[in-house]
Design a protein around this ligand. Structure first.
Ligand SMILES: [Cu+2]
Length: 151
């Protein structure tokens, strides 16, 4: 009988612990990484990470590796809702400017990265919010995009 009570007590403790960690889920802070690394995916117009979490207001050092053997890519962070505008503007300025338009909607960007090469950009994470990132090589922004969560 004593053993059974011990087992029951142990089970109650275990389920209590499980509940505790589950209930924290809604308010749990997502892990941030202010030194994110991402790359393009083979010959696709895609990033390997479509979400990045950084700590708002702190320095970010982002490294982008172009894994393609043929395509040039970049990484451009824009103001919320401005990814399409920036993508179209990038197309207009063309490759001579690395497809990077001079626009207040561009918050940070790498250079246009050659196949197999890597570029790093350092910037201050914007105020808390969700910011789109895109590749502005002509036409890529339609598919090659993600969201930076500044937390
Ligand atoms: Cu691209």
């Amino acid at each position: 009988m004593k053993n059974l009570l011990l087992v029951l007590a142990a089970l109650a403790l275990i389920s209590g612990c499980t509940k505790k960690s589950d209930s924290g889920g809604g308010a749990a802070a997502a892990a941030t990484d202010n030194n994110p690394q991402l790359s393009s995916v083979a010959e696709l117009m895609a990033y390997d990470k479509v979400e990045l979490n950084v700590k708002a207001g702190e320095k970010v050092t982002l490294t982008f590796k172009n894994s393609s053997q043929t395509l040039k890519h970049n990484w451009v962070l824009t103001k919320p809702g401005k990814d399409n505008d920036v993508g179209l503007a990038g197309m207009k300025v063309g490759e001579a400017k690395g497809f990077i338009p001079e626009s207040p909607d561009v918050l940070a960007h790498t250079n246009l990265v050659n196949p197999g090469a890597t570029d790093t950009v350092t910037f201050t994470a914007p105020a808390k919010g969700n910011y789109p990132y895109i590749c502005t090589n002509a036409g890529h922004h339609i598919a090659m995009k993600g969201v930076l969560h500044s937390l």
